[in-house]
Design a protein around this ligand. Structure first.
Ligand SMILES: Nc1ncnc2c1ncn2[C@@H]1O[C@H](COP(=O)(O)OP(=O)(O)OP(=O)(O)O)[C@@H](O)[C@H]1O
Ligand code: SF4
Ligand SMILES: [Mg+2]
Length: 400
């Protein structure tokens, strides 16, 4: 039921509407005759909306179901139940041509730029691969130019079109992954931990690139990460997941400065704070115990086995993801969806700005992002083959 799982009242018509999404993976026993003995409840009733041009951040500990949500959004996994509406149409029910058309508009950027790019394919083939399935976007004769434009857009030298992934640094590989995500001119990008595998300084560069591309192409992002500071930097709204469900969701100000769910407060209390004064002021909340198994989640509130505020009601009654009654008639930032029977506002991190990801200068042409990049002397000399293609477009700052 949608009202139970926190629909989001974003301004205007949502481009994407996720309604009570569930993914259970069957647990089976037996070799010859497999018998289902249970299920891993990876995602167990998640609802949210995404407005055009907006970024929704999704955070939560490992195993809480973030990637499973992402995979269902891009149709890499079929939901057990629930709906994913793209511009009002439930895409979980689509097949054939209808599905193909929608898939074009929702693309994914993966976590690990080291394993998500085929090492035997050139960068040009990797970025241009989606055109094999969607030739209508770029007929054969135009593909090379299109791919070079995309390389330029993500800040890479278009002359590197014939190079292989191993000739690029991690940040540059992630730029290649982003270029591939953009190839079909999508409206929505689902980015699953797109910077987690990168060095901190390179993370900020890739985040800045995503910011710029969003403004340039009016993209909507679902941005998944562990790191709450990175999520704040890029998100308009943030959803906090715990054990297959959303615990709290709201604008970045509501979640970071006025969290009301104990789990969000605990996560925030662990965020590194650079200012020593602010660090002293902040209260650390140490969570006891481990995350329970998603095959056997606790009754009532899933967070109750680790929550310092848990009472009998928490065991008996599932808390709904709604604006808690105590804040319902108030006009404060605490009045946002939170799945807690005893929601209370608690500012964990002292003031705005402390959690911002470091800003970086744009990458200058010729300056490698990190050692080992193609700009380094060790890299093969111009594997793209000089004079092999049209002159690179000028004006872009290339991470080469
Ligand atoms: N194909 C599968 N079969 C069975 N269980 C699965 C499968 N894929 C994921 N799971 C389980 O579902 C749960 C959620 O996994 P998921 O990968 O979505 O978590 P996550 O939040 O992305 O974690 P991380 O932060 O580590 O990437 C985990 O318990 C995981 O073991
Ligand atoms: S419902 Fe109870 S157990 Fe769950 S977060 Fe709130 S106080 Fe804690
Ligand atoms: Mg994941």
């Amino acid at each position: 039921m949608r009202a139970e799982q926190g629909s989001i009242r974003a301004g205007g018509e949502p481009i994407l509407e996720v309604i009570d999404l569930v993914k259970h993976y069957p647990l089976t026993q037996g070799i010859l005759f497999k018998k289902q003995v249970g299920a891993v409840k990876a995602v167990d009733g998640v609802s949210f909306e995404l407005a055009a041009g907006e970024t929704l951040g999704i955070v939560g500990e490992s195993g809480c179901g973030k990637s499973t949500v992402a995979k269902m959004l891009v149709h890499l996994e079929q939901p057990t139940s629930g709906a994913i509406k793209y511009k009002g149409e439930d895409i979980t029910k689509l097949s054939g041509r209808g599905l193909k058309a929608v898939r074009r508009n929702i693309q994914m950027v993966f976590q690990d730029p080291y394993t998500s790019l085929n090492p035997r394919m050139t960068v040009g083939d990797i970025i241009g691969e989606p055109y094999e399935i969607h030739p209508e976007v770029a007929p054969k004769g135009e593909r090379r130019r299109k791919v070079q434009d995309l390389l330029d857009v993500v800040g890479l030298n278009p002359e590197y079109i014939n190079r292989y992934p191993h000739q690029f640094s991690g940040g540059q590989r992630q730029r290649i992954g982003i270029a591939r995500g953009l190839a079909l001119n999508p409206e929505i990008i689902v980015a699953d931990e797109p910077v987690s595998a990168l060095d901190v300084s390179v993370q900020a560069q890739v985040i800045n690139l995503l910011d710029r591309l969003q403004a340039e192409f009016n993209l909507s992002y679902v941005f998944i990460a562990h790191d709450l500071s990175i999520v704040r930097h890029i998100s308009d709204r943030v959803g906090v997941m715990y054990l297959g469900r959303l615990a709290e969701i709201g604008t970045d100000e509501q979640i970071y400065d006025h969290p009301t769910h104990p789990y969000t407060q605990a996560l925030l209390s662990a965020v590194p704070v650079p200012d020593p004064m602010a660090r002293e002021y902040r209260e650390r909340i140490i969570l006891r115990g481990d995350v329970p198994s998603p095959a056997n989640p606790p009754s009532g509130c899933r967070f109750r086995t680790r929550c310092w505020k848990a009472q009998e009601r928490c065991e008996l009654e599932v808390p709904l993801l709604v604006v808690p009654a105590v804040f319902r008639l108030t006009d404060t930032a605490a009045a946002h969806d939170s799945a807690c029977h005893f929601a209370e506002e608690k500012q964990v991190v002292p003031s705005e700005g402390l959690l911002e990801a470091p800003e970086t200068e744009p990458v200058e042409p010729g300056a490698p992002e990190e050692p080992g990049g193609p700009g380094e002397p060790a890299a093969p000399d111009d594997a793209a083959g000089k004079g092999d293609g049209p002159a690179p477009p000028s004006g872009g700052a290339h991470a080469d």
